[in-house]
Design a binder for this molecule. Structure first.
Ligand code: DAT
Ligand code: MG
Length: 136
């Protein structure tokens, strides 16, 4: 059954010119783009998006980083889109957890600068799509 997931190409991915690379991988996987926008997130949006990490030692830096430059927000649609994009992204740590062949494993070295976000469950996807694309 088709489902939707919220994907971000984070500011590091945009700054490094990897937007096309990420979108190409999404499309080659067989997933579809349902929404796409380049924007700089304000603090309120970033804090809502990362609410589950509030209180963790890296939370402040994470919000600074995600609001620090333009990012690309996408809604991606398709059969098993949520786990399919998490598989394309690779594990959170681009060296220890993400294998070559994944976005993070191919392009990242630092956990904070891991290039992309993808919703981790149906509940997260619904919550995050509302934050980034309230009119969708
Ligand atoms: P994911 O993005 O794989 O869902 P997450 O939800 O656990 O990972 O964390 C959200 C983001 O926070 C992650 O993409 C990068 C950052 N982050 C996670 N753990 C971190 C750590 N130990 N140090 C610095 N940044 C971290
Ligand atoms: Mg997460």
């Amino acid at each position: 059954m088709s489902e939707r997931t919220l994907v971000l190409v984070k500011p590091d991915g945009v700054a490094r010119g990897l937007v096309g690379e990420v979108i190409a991988r999404i499309e080659r996987k067989g997933l579809k783009l349902a929404a796409l926008e380049l924007r700089t997130a304000d603090r309120a949006t970033a804090e809502q998006h990362y609410a589950e990490h509030d209180g963790k030692p890296f939370y402040g830096d994470l919000v600074d980083f995600i609001t620090g430059g333009p990012l690309v927000a996408l809604v991606v649609e398709g059969v098993r889109a949520i786990p399919a994009f998490r598989q394309l992204a690779g594990g959170t740590d681009p060296v220890e957890k993400a294998t070559p062949g994944t976005i993070r494993g191919d392009f990242g070295t630092e956990v904070q600068y891991n290039l992309v976000h993808g919703s981790d469950s149906a509940e997260s996807a619904e919550r995050e799509i509302k934050i980034w694309f309230p009119n969708l």
